[in-house]
Ligand binder design. Sequence first.
Ligand code: ADP
Ligand code: MG
Length: 449
Amino acid sequence: MTNEELWQTVLAQIQLNISPANFSTWFKNTNIILQKENEVVVSVPNSFAKEWLEQKYNKIIYKILNSLDIKIKSIQYTINKSELKVFKKDHLPALETDQLEFQELKINQETNLNPRYTFENFIVGPFNELAHAAGWASSKNPGQVYNPLFVYGGVGLGKTHLLQAIGNEILKNAPEKKVKYIPSEKFTSGVVSSIKNQDMENFKNKLRIIDVLIIDDVQFLAGKEKTQEEFFHTFNSLYEKNKQIILSSDRPPKAIPALAERLRSRFEGGMIADISYPDLETRVAILKMKCLEKKINLPEEILHYISSNIQKNIRELEGALNRLIAYQKLQNQTPDAEIVKSLLKNLIISPPKITTPKQIIQTVANFYDLKEKDMLSASRKKEIVKPRQVAMFLLREELKSSFPFIGRKFGGKDHTTAIYAYEKISKNLEKDNNLSDEINLIKQRIVSV
Ligand code: ADP
Ligand code: MG
């Protein structure tokens, strides 16, 4: 593996483990400049970065490098003097977190768009169908169909990819159009520095000539009043001229805190499309697409293994894939199941299951084909009393709820009722196999909710 490939793989892993702000502060303009025997030499832009990498990140860097190549035993950090100048002169786009995966292709300085994000390599499944359709339609008739187009969804689910694909597609069809992709943070810093430098007019004028304005992650505008105000005016001026506005956020407009009402209602005035979680098939399809792009072949089982274990974040899905690709390149062999497992073990940490009293009550009610409200009622009918007691028992067993709490949950019953229910079921369990089977089935259902 070349220095570049090796370091990109390390960065991709690190990015998953630290905040975007830390990542861009400490890892921007770092490189591997030398691999010799057991040692790797990393160049960093300045002494701060050197100190931080040595003291705070050396362990994780070492761990990753060593897992990629067991021969690597030590890392040296060295300051690259020439880097410093480049760093100052060169205004890197604020796309820090996405930047490194696509370093090989230049981000367009004019539009801020990354040519790697296209519709061609955007996989469509039930989870993003609506957002994709709306985005595609907007790219065909900018400003005409959905304005604004507001796309929301969790982290790493393809919002940025889709937004940029729309921009790239519009440019493909109409290269003369002025398309601008701006992450919200960059918009905010633009406003702040224009105020400081007293050239707000200039800032505004530059925005007003845009044909397609794409603002990513607008949840970051929360609480930034001055920025919101400027954005509101820009929005209106473009909107009135039928210019396309495309926005993304990690949540719907109504759930963005500290967002001025007038801006919220603007955001809600067009098309709102969400992106949810991809199903297994789509996750496999996405991995296949990534393999194709990276010109790499991995067996179907491996893609399945990754997809089954990483469900809620496509960026992490890709991170896992990169790790295996790195292994394959380095070792010149396909990792077997055991190796895959060990390579991915720190990416695949299943989140702790949090069960709520409501979930338990609902699951028990469903199991016995009752309504939740019957369970909470005062009815003494036999067919209700037993399920209610089972639910109380499970609340105690599974959640360690206190008896007074359980009583209250069941329509304000006394704690003695809860104690009685718990003891009765515990006792019956000892002699009644059917009951114990039932409770086991219910427990399984609770876990898989
Ligand atoms: P978000 O902006 O929602 O946090 P990104 O757009 O940055 O997520 O996506 C994270 C990674 O997943 C990117 O590398 C992107 O190319 C990839 N990705 C997301 N959705 C898809 C998709 N539908 N098809 C192919 N790749 C996708
Ligand atoms: Mg994004």
